[in-house]
Design a protein around this ligand. Structure first.
Ligand code: ZN
Length: 286
């Protein structure tokens, strides 16, 4: 089990502090109203601007967050605020950009988006209301009055592929496109282990008990700040029941007769693909 496609293919070295001034072109992950600014590439596809002086696009480099280097090239995140769209660039949602951009740049754009969102939403202290300040030594904002420190927020969400012999459990939410199914998912609650979250979510959503919960892999999911943690579990008892609101239908599916399911963009797609390839053949007692 396990997957590597949600990790950088090139060498990414994260850092919170970059050079005082850029001496060469850098990747600029500029967001405007939640959309990434990209430009069409000569060879096809889209990419963020790669340039030394982002000021030439009418943007303020002083407000940028340094991300690190990708194969030695500096990377920065910047919120364009209400500025007019710079000429030659288009604003696109991150979700729809998957597959249109280099995978590493897409991963970095997700990182940039989460840092900018966190930064924008923690300008003031949640405890005393004073304006917060950026900490230089780490990715954090701190309140100078009461010293409350806030780090970028991550929300762990569990994903569970439940299998019974050579079948897997898939379910659909009324929010999904017509005919579309996926594995079960839900957010961890305070005080809960990840395994307990899997057991609770499966029981709450479909009324089944599971055993043999094993880690599969994880994925940063910047919509808006989730960390997806995927597991495989074996059916251990109960009959499928759905509440009609959260889920409208759930059922056991054979690998050769699947409905529409997520693709390789998400770890859900990788889980299902793994099951189809080898998961149903693995001995449950292993
Ligand atoms: Zn405070």
């Amino acid at each position: 089990m396990g997957i590597s496609s949600f990790e950088f293919q090139a060498v990414f070295e994260p850092s919170v502090r970059g050079p005082a001034a850029l001496s060469e072109a850098a990747w600029w992950f500029v967001f405007q109203g939640g959309h990434l600014l990209v430009q069409p590439q000569a060879g096809g596809g889209l990419a963020p601007p790669c340039m030394r002086r982002i000021e030439t696009l009418g943007l303020d480099a002083g407000a940028a967050h340094y991300l690190g280097t990708l194969d030695g090239v500096h990377c920065l995140a910047l919120d364009a605020g209400g500025n007019a769209l710079p000429p030659g660039l288009e604003a696109q949602g991150l979700f729809g950009l998957y597959g249109q951009m280099d995978d590493d740049l897409w991963l970095l754009a997700g990182r940039a988006f989460q840092i900018l969102e966190w930064d924008r939403k923690h300008r003031y202290c949640g405890r005393c209301g004073s304006p917060t300040e950026v900490r230089q030594s780490e990715r954090a904002r701190q309140c100078p009055a009461c010293e409350l420190t806030v780090f970028p927020r991550l929300t762990p969400a569990m994903m569970a592929l439940v299998r019974r012999d050579n079948q897997l459990l898939l379910a659909r939410s009324p929010r999904f496109p017509k005919g579309f199914y996926s594995v079960l998912a839900g957010f961890a609650e305070p005080g809960e282990t990840l395994e307990a979250c899997v057991r609770r979510e499966v029981y709450e959503e479909v009324g089944l008990e599971v055993s043999n919960i094993r880690y599969f892999g994880s994925q940063s999911w910047p919509f808006p700040h989730s960390l997806m943690v995927a597991y495989v579990a074996d059916y251990a008892g109960g009959e499928i029941q759905v509440d009609g609101h959260e889920l409208e239908h759930a059922d056991w599916f054979e690998p050769h007769a699947l409905p529409k399911v997520p693709g390789r963009m998400s770890i859900a797609g990788h889980l299902i693909e793994w099951f189809v390839r080898e998961g149903q053949a693995v001995d449950s007692q292993s």
